[in-house]
Design a protein around this ligand. Structure first.
Ligand code: GDP
Length: 304
């Protein structure tokens, strides 16, 4: 229900455009495919993924010789679900951290303002609700506000936070956080990182250093590098995904602010283009407005 509400704008805009593309046409011909291409691109699905989808539909049209426009909705839904299936295994309704010795470490990356802190706070809440012990690490030491915001979330949710003075070395905060988490027998560490994208080499060096220092305490940490992207920024989110995947190995995505935007198509394009599973989507500012990404539900709320 929250998901439907969260994606309302994406859905109505998309279906409206799709309706216009096929209006007055009975079969899927080159014109309709052309218009469909425009619809997908303008819905922020991304050019590469759009071309892939159009090619597949074209193949089906050629094979079946004739395809009515009334069937197009269902076929498009199938193709998009198919794309999402390739990277997002199964239909998750929950995310369970793998069984292991010691804390499960999530390093959270992304540029400032995308909703990194909020996502960490919401995640901390979800894990805590499951009875897990959570430790937050305030690794964005470049902005005082980032540490303050994380502290507010830690208090609100009732979890531990490890922080240092502003301007201290993020790697040192990471080290302290893991040390504290191990000492407390914590289950999950959510480590915030600085969201500066001033240049690629610096970003890479910074993240590499943070990882290396964490590995002094937990050799295979981080277990997940989660990139947070603001879904309402459309093509900017693609650009950020490009930069972060070049700088470090990103293993999951959280796409925020899908409520109130018509750009929800980014979820499809980014997941497909970068072959990274979307683990969470943000559909509001509240503590409960973070959902485990479920591809079928997502596609359904798009098309139904
Ligand atoms: P950070 O700089 O990346 O840590 O960003 P913040 O977590 O501080 O979030 C920036 C703003 O986006 C805040 O006002 C959040 O309340 C808001 N925000 C974060 N996630 C969502 C979301 O899923 N939906 C909406 N509507 N707002 C969000």
């Amino acid at each position: 229900e929250t998901l439907d509400k969260g994606l309302e704008k994406t859905k109505t805009t998309f279906l409206d455009k799709l309706g216009k593309a096929v209006a007055g046409k009975s079969k899927v011909d080159a014109d309709v495919l052309d218009d469909l291409e425009d619809v997908l691109i303008s819905s922020d699905v991304g050019v590469a993924t759009t071309i892939k989808v159009i090619d597949r539909i074209e193949e089906r049209v050629a094979k079946d010789k004739y395809l009515g426009t009334t069937e197009l909705n269902g076929i498009l839904r199938d193709e998009i679900a198919g794309l999402l299936s390739e990277v997002n295994n199964g239909d998750a309704t929950d995310f369970t951290i793998p069984q292991q010795d010691g804390p499960y470490v999530v390093m959270v990356v992304g540029v400032n303002g995308v909703g990194k802190t909020t996502t960490i706070g919401k995640l901390a809440h979800q894990f805590k609700q499951k009875g897990l012990k959570v430790v937050l690490g305030a690794g964005d030491t470049f902005r005082a506000a980032a540490v303050d915001q994380l502290q507010i979330w830690a208090d609100r949710v009732g979890v531990e936070i490890v922080k240092q003075d502003m301007g201290s070395d993020p790697a040192s905060v990471a080290f302290d956080t893991l040390q504290s988490a191990v000492a407390q027998n914590a289950d999950v560490v959510l480590l915030d990182t600085a969201g500066r994208l001033h240049n690629k080499v610096n970003l890479m060096n910074e993240l590499t250093k943070v990882k290396r220092v964490m590995q002094k305490i937990i050799p295979n940490a981080p277990h997940d590098v989660m990139l947070v992207l603001d879904g309402s920024t459309g093509q900017n989110a693609f650009e950020q995904a490009k930069q972060f995947t070049a700088a470090t190995e990103v293993s999951s995505l959280a796409v925020t602010k899908l409520d109130g935007t018509a750009k929800g198509g980014v979820v499809i394009g980014i997941s497909d283009q970068f072959q990274i599973p979307v683990r969470y989507i943000g559909v509001g500012e509240g503590v409960d407005d973070l959902q485990v990404f479920n591809k079928s539900e997502f596609v359904d709320s798009f098309f139904n």
